[in-house]
Each structure stands twice: as structure tokens, then as C-alpha cells.
Design a protein around this ligand. Structure first.
Ligand code: NDP
Length: 290
């Protein structure tokens, strides 16, 4: 029987690549499923992004992830965009399809896959803290999944308003925004979640290591046990928000689910294989425990 020594290639282009644990998680899945695919974590300077993408094309890569600071600029080097990446104007996963490199965004899709294990967002009312890259991706996917309305709460009012405008103009969700410094906010004991809210999302960096004692400025007595509370923070996964929401009887979703499901979706795009999310979750949990 002839050998095949030619592995298929995937990877990631970013700056600060040495801190990105995705390679460990993805390669654990490749090994578990016996896939002869590699994931190469590459440090790429912004001036060299075009060369990196041309190199990936020349070497026949199946695709690659893109992290900071390339998520917007990479679009200039691709052949097309998926629906939500086009609305967001940001790509974190490029996929070779029929000889064309197509930009997708798995940030929000990973979140949604994680959320759907607990609740279907269709017809639901959302309160989301944050209006940065992660928030944008999550809000667009929630809108495409049929969520009814979303209140965006952000520190920088303009950024929050821009996201609400984007959602109202490009999707069917009804979006509004409020500033963290507004009347319904921190000074008065935190933002009160309106009655009838189904899902609350923290898509800010609040609670991220090393500032692990920070708390989302939320009035916890406005949370009801039937609400689902989701946090995007990966390190540590058990944030103050998760802990306090659980204490109030809410269902909770941590940031690991989002990161793991992004990996699952990326691998499916590149190889067509549905990999075991549990293997990947175990790998990242071990990394953060260490
Ligand atoms: P951005 O820098 O694009 O946005 C940061 C957001 O957090 C903004 O809305 C910002 O508000 C807000 N923010 C930051 N610090 C504070 C604070 N002290 N008080 C109030 N608001 C604050 O970052 P990203 O959107 O890319 O990432 C946000 C978080 O999501 C990060 O912690 C990141 O690690 C995590 N993440 C997790 C993923 C996962 O798979 N689990 C995937 C992607 C991101 P303002 O606009 O006012 O500055």
C-alpha cells in the first residue's frame, strides 16, 4: 500500500501568536479523529499579510484563522465573503472553496452553537454588554438566528449606537442602545435588565485575566431564574458574572463554549468533518487550569 506523506495544511495568522491556544485545541481534534491535517500557528506582521495569504494559496492550504490585527485587512486578499462576515466587515476564518478563498466569521457562530445547547434565540429578547469585535459578531448571528430584539449596553455611546444602526439597517432584529454612563447604569447599582429579557450576554473584556475581580455593571436583583446568562470571557471561564448569575438560579454559558465551537466550525469548513467538541474543551480546560 503506497504511503501518503503529504499532510493537508491549516493554521492561523496573527500578531502575538505565541499566546494563542487554538493550535493545541485544533490539533487535539485532528489527532482524535485521525485526520492527517496540521494547524500551523504563524506570527504575521501586518505588512506581510498579503504574502502570507499568497503563500497559503500557493501551498494549497485548506484555509486559516485570522486573529488580531488582521480580521479586517485580510478581506483585501480574499475572493469573497460569507453572509455574516460581509455584514460585520470582519473575517476570522478563511476557507478554500472550489479554488476561491472565502472569508467567514466563526466568532458569533461559535457563540450561537454554544447558546443553542441551552436556548434557541429565535424570537428572544437580548441584553448585550459591549460593542467591540466579539459583540458585533454575536449580535449579527443572533439577528440572523431570528432573535426579536437586542439592547446594546456599551461604555462608549457612539460605538454602541453604530452597532445598533448596523443591525437595524442590515438585519431584521430591533436594536437599541444605552451607554454605561446613562441613567439606567452603574452609579445607580448597575444596569437593570428589563422584564421580559430572555438572554443576557457579556461581550466586553470585563472579568478577563488579570482583572478577574471585575464585575459587569449589572443590577443582579433584576435577573430572573428563567434568564440565560452568557459570558465571552475565556480566562478565567468561571467569572464573577457566571458565579453571581448561577447563585440567582439562572442558566449560564461560559466563554469556553464559544472558543471550542469556533474550532469545531472552522474544522468543519476546512475538512468537512464534524469533530468532537468534548476533546477540544478538555484540551483548553487543561491549558487554563495550568
Ligand atoms: P474589543 O476591544 O473589540 O471590545 C471590547 C469591548 O469591551 C468594548 O465594548 C469595550 O467598551 C468593552 N470594555 C472593555 N473594558 C471595559 C470596562 N472596563 N468597562 C466597560 N466596558 C469595557 O474586544 P473584543 O470584542 O474582541 O473582545 C471582547 C472580549 O471577548 C475579550 O475579553 C476577548 O477575550 C473575548 N472574546 C472571547 C471569544 C471566545 O471565543 N470566547 C472570542 C472573541 C473575544 P468600549 O467600546 O467603551 O471601549
Amino acid at each position: 500500500m503506497p504511503h501518503n506523506f503529504l499532510a493537508r495544511l491549516t493554521g492561523s495568522f496573527s500578531q502575538g501568536a505565541a499566546d494563542n491556544p487554538t493550535v493545541a485545541m485544533v490539533e487535539a481534534a485532528y489527532r482524535h479523529h485521525g485526520l492527517d491535517v496540521r494547524y500551523i500557528n504563524c506570527e504575521v506582521h501586518p505588512d506581510k499579510l498579503g504574502d502570507a495569504v499568497r503563500g497559503a494559496r500557493a501551498m494549497g492550504w485548506l484555509g486559516f484563522n485570522c486573529s488580531m490585527p488582521h480580521k479586517v485587512k485580510v478581506i483585501d486578499h480574499l475572493d469573497g465573503l460569507g453572509q455574516s462576515a460581509a455584514v460585520m466587515g470582519a473575517v476570522n476564518c478563511a476557507v478554500m472553496r472550489d479554488g476561491k478563498l472565502i472569508g467567514e466569521n466563526t466568532d458569533g457562530k461559535g457563540f450561537l452553537q454554544s447558546l443553542r445547547q441551552v436556548v434557541d434565540p429565535e424570537g428572544k429578547s437580548i441584553v448585550m454588554f459591549g460593542a467591540g469585535g466579539a459583540a458585533r459578531a454575536i449580535a449579527v448571528e443572533l439577528a440572523f438566528a431570528g432573535a426579536k430584539k437586542i439592547l446594546i449596553v456599551n461604555r462608549d455611546d457612539k460605538r454602541g449606537r453604530d452597532l445598533a444602526d448596523l443591525l437595524n439597517s442590515k438585519t431584521k432584529i430591533t436594536a437599541s442602545n444605552t451607554s454605561l454612563s446613562g441613567s439606567n447604569a452603574a452609579g445607580s447599582g448597575g444596569v437593570r435588565v428589563p422584564d421580559g429579557t430572555d438572554i443576557v450576554v457579556n461581550a466586553t473584556s470585563i472579568g478577563l485575566y488579570p482583572d478577574v475581580d471585575a464585575q459587569v455593571p449589572l443590577s443582579f436583583d433584576s435577573l430572573k431564574p428563567n434568564m440565560v446568562i452568557a459570558d465571552v470571557i475565556v480566562n478565567p471561564p468561571r467569572t464573577n458574572l457566571i458565579r453571581d448569575a448561577q447563585a440567582r438560579g439562572c442558566k449560564v454559558i461560559d466563554g469556553l463554549g464559544m472558543v471550542v465551537n469556533q474550532g469545531v466550525i472552522g474544522i468543519k469548513y476546512w475538512t468537512g468533518v464534524d469533530v468532537d467538541a468534548g476533546v477540544m474543551r478538555k484540551t483548553v480546560e487543561a491549558l487554563f487550569a495550568a
